[in-house]
Design a protein around this ligand. Sequence first.
Ligand code: C5P
Length: 253
Amino acid sequence: MADLTPTPVNPADRIIVPLDVPSREAAIALMDALPQVGFWKVGLELFVSAGPSILTALKERGKRIFLDLKFHDIPNTMAGACRAAGGYGVDLLTVHAPAGKAALMAAQAAVLEGAMASRDPAGTTTAPVSPPQIIAVTLLTSIQARALAFDLKVPLELPDYVLQMALLAQDAGLAGVVCSPQEAAPLRLTCGDDFLLVCPGVRPHWAAKGDQSRVLTPQQAIAAGASYLVIGRPITQAADPEIAFQRICDEIG
Ligand code: C5P
């Protein structure tokens, strides 16, 4: 398994910075401008535009990788995608919990298979890699209580729905969930200390909220039980990104 513990000792190890840029060139410029960041997130935009070779660029620099592709499909298709992703040697991989228990279990089994029979981006078989830990998106933080009830017709209160999705992920053998920091405390209590809680929606008091609505500060998110914080624009759009990153490390240290 990838070496991810719920409570890394070094504050810098708990911060994941998203490479929310549209091209390989922009991603490399960003990672090279912030050499002290050790854990980067590759999302759909960059992965679709740059392809898997962006993962090689990160690995060449010795970085940990959160591959945030949020798979959501039938078990057979989930297994196929996770088998391929399992061979990349990334640390974290996302799927959607509402794909269902059978699909989540298929995903978990498939990353192990993929890691054993790994291939480089050119398709050549390589030595086995560590499988990623799979974390499930419980409910997108862009979906508010009203949309859950009236658009998606889910008859549960939002916090209860998030909790049920986290328990489903845990029951299927996944390593943790992506959640709002405002949901972290009850999830930590119910799911235990070993369950990874990876939280976007984090804003230092000195940074703009942007389009994130339900935010906590880094310190509050860690106190609520977050294992990892995904923090983008407060660092990448800061006047001095290196100082912003260090300031957040100091605040949670
Ligand atoms: O710039 P900011 O700190 O808002 O970036 C947060 C990152 O976390 C973005 O890459 C965003 O897509 C991602 N994310 C999120 N909310 C979720 C899941 C992922 O903000 N529920």
